[in-house]
Design a protein around this ligand. Structure first.
Ligand SMILES: *[C@@H]1O[C@H](CO)[C@@H](O)[C@H](O)[C@H]1NC(C)=O
Ligand SMILES: *[C@@H]1O[C@H](CO)[C@@H](O)[C@H](O)[C@H]1NC(C)=O
Ligand SMILES: *[C@@H]1O[C@H](CO)[C@@H](O)[C@H](O)[C@H]1NC(C)=O
Ligand SMILES: *[C@@H]1O[C@H](CO)[C@@H](O)[C@H](O)[C@H]1NC(C)=O
Length: 489
């Protein structure tokens, strides 16, 4: 009898295992995410990695090689793309020893058994943006070459691919159609070297494509064309139909590659997403619409008219970042599919099957005290408040206050309170940070308006201040113990 049971059980196991294999991960079909750290209080990386696991996210792109972040991936099978920041390109491009040191200290070190699954190095980040005035024009490609050589001599050349995350502004079209696509004139020579390099090393062209920016930068842009669910505008080009700007943009790149003599280079989407605040087009409904359309398209494996094949894509971004530069626009701090504290913002289905639901939020987040800094209710002269508000906003994050944003409906008093609270929270709720020459006061009742759109946040303990939190907890436990002890006596 026992034996029969065992056999049945073994049979179950096989069934379970077979089932796992059937529905198990298929690397090409895993969506990736970008994880940036430009925040006053970033979440502890271990919590973030658990959140990635809880949501079955298996590909991550980060912007440097911070050991604090990388070590959190140790022993996981999550594929990691690391980055070399633009300010390191000069050093690495000029000296092969620097490149070898970089690989040794930032890559090889993490590759031991139970280490980190590093698969790509992005050399530079959007280094040819027009805003950089060509600052990285001479160093990006030599740095890529040096990193490739260094990886080769470390025996990692086949396993880890070298590329460079580029903004879609490296190409242009002279005809408003994909077939007019070509690399930008001012960077044509270096782009040709780069694509030749990618071709020879079987590395992907990594491009960031932002339909949101098309809409943001141009008031006449047909809104539906930024999404994937409305064929209201169709462009016909060379017998191909384009019903969304993403496909058209991607195929513009395909044409540019073709004209540069390297039509077969594979393409990966380095960043794609939609922000949820900071602009009239940036809200949860639009973000949900965009992601839902994009993920469905991605899951269909149909690609674009000229690249009808599965694609690898990294969503931008995992979490909001409250110290990101707002030079491109106030939306920059609101790209997360999760808010700063790891809460999912809107329903989404990362498998692209259109079964939208809330993702699993970060577990184990610890908030600072439930208290806020607001304008003192006795202050009646609002003009005296103005300089204090500007000061608070110059150092805190007021990007939710503009027209069309989540806190646009606040009164002048609400505005001031919001600004004061942002400054206060980002300074770890220090009493000093809620003075503003006697204009502000700390309250224990949540000042957020009741309609739910505009939230006056409470900051979190970041990974860096974990120890402090840990100490509090130990103290709490001790006190609890003593109390129990006393009760028992
Ligand atoms: C990467 O390696 C370089 C060269 O050894 C080193 O100076 C740098 O600190 C490393 N970067 C990080 C983020 O560890
Ligand atoms: C680029 O040039 C403009 C105009 O000359 C200047 O204002 C800006 O600061 C420069 N940016 C960088 C990153 O050098
Ligand atoms: C309000 O404050 C401004 C600036 O501090 C000051 O110039 C003005 O006299 C004040 N008005 C009143 C009515 O106190
Ligand atoms: C609140 O602040 C925003 C951003 O500074 C501004 O656009 C808006 O007009 C302000 N609202 C009021 C009522 O002062």
């Amino acid at each position: 009898m026992a034996r029969v049971k065992f056999i049945i059980c073994a049979f179950c196991m096989i069934l379970v295992m077979a089932d796992c294999q059937q529905h198990g991960p298929e690397t090409i079909q895993d969506i990736g995410v970008n994880w940036g750290l430009l925040s006053t209080n970033p979440i502890d990386p271990r919590i973030v990695v658990n959140m990635l696991k809880d949501n079955a996210i298996k590909k991550v792109k980060i912007f440097d090689t911070d050991p604090w972040i990388l070590s959190a991936f140790s022993g996981t099978d999550i594929e990691v793309m690391v980055g070399i920041p633009n300010d390191q390109l000069t050093k690495i491009s000029g000296d092969i020893d620097e490149a070898e040191d970089w690989v040794k200290n930032n890559v090889s070190k993490h590759l031991h058994d139970g280490g980190v699954n590093i698969r790509y190095v992005s050399v530079g980040n959007e280094a040819f943006l027009k805003a950089y005035n060509g600052s990285f024009l001479k160093t990006t490609f030599p740095a890529m070459e040096n990193i490739q050589k260094a990886l080769n001599s470390a025996g990692l050349g086949g396993k880890i691919k070298v590329t460079s995350a580029l903004n879609a502004d490296v190409y242009d079209t002279s005809t408003d159609k994909p077939s007019g696509g070509h690399f930008r004139k001012d960077i044509y020579d270096v782009m040709k070297q780069i694509v030749k390099f990618l071709d020879e090393n079987n590395s992907p062209f990594l491009v960031n494509i932002y339909p949101f920016l098309s809409l943001y930068q141009n008031d006449d842009f047909p809104k539906d064309y930024a999404f994937f669910d409305s064929p209201s505008r169709t462009i016909t080009d060379d017998n191909n139909q384009y019903t969304n700007v993403f496909d058209a943009n991607l195929d513009t790149l395909v044409w540019a590659l073709k004209k540069a003599g390297h039509p077969k280079v594979s393409i990966m989407i380095g960043e794609i997403g939609w922000p949820t605040d900071g602009n009239k087009h940036a809200n949860k409904n639009n973000a949900k619409r965009f992601y839902s359309g994009f993920l469905k398209k991605w899951a269909s494996k149909k690609g674009s008219p000229l690249r009808p094949e599965p694609m690898i894509a990294y969503l931008f971004s995992l979490l909001d970042e409250n110290t990101k530069s707002v030079a491109p626009g106030n939306f920059e701090r609101h790209w997360g599919i999760f808010s700063y504290d790891g809460k999912p913002k809107f329903p989404i289905d990362l498998s692209g099957k259109d079964h939208d639901k809330m993702l699993v939020g970060a577990k184990g987040i610890r908030y600072l005290e439930q208290q806020w800094c607001v304008l003192d209710k006795d202050i009646k002269n609002m003009s005296s408040v103005v300089p204090a508000v500007s000061y608070a906003c110059s150092l805190g994050d007021c990007t939710s206050l503009g027209p069309g944003c989540s806190c646009a409906d606040l009164s002048a008093v609400g505005n001031a309170s919001y600004a004061f609270n942002q400054f206060f929270q980002n300074n770890e709720q220090s009493v000093e940070a809620c003075k503003f020459d006697g204009l502000a006061t700390i309250v224990k009742k949540d000042p957020s308006p009741s309609n739910g759109n505009c939230v006056f946040p409470i900051q979190i303990y970041s990974g860096g201040t974990m120890l402090r939190g840990g100490a509090y907890m130990v103290k709490g436990l001790l006190i609890g113990f003593v109390l129990i002890f006393i009760t028992f006596i």
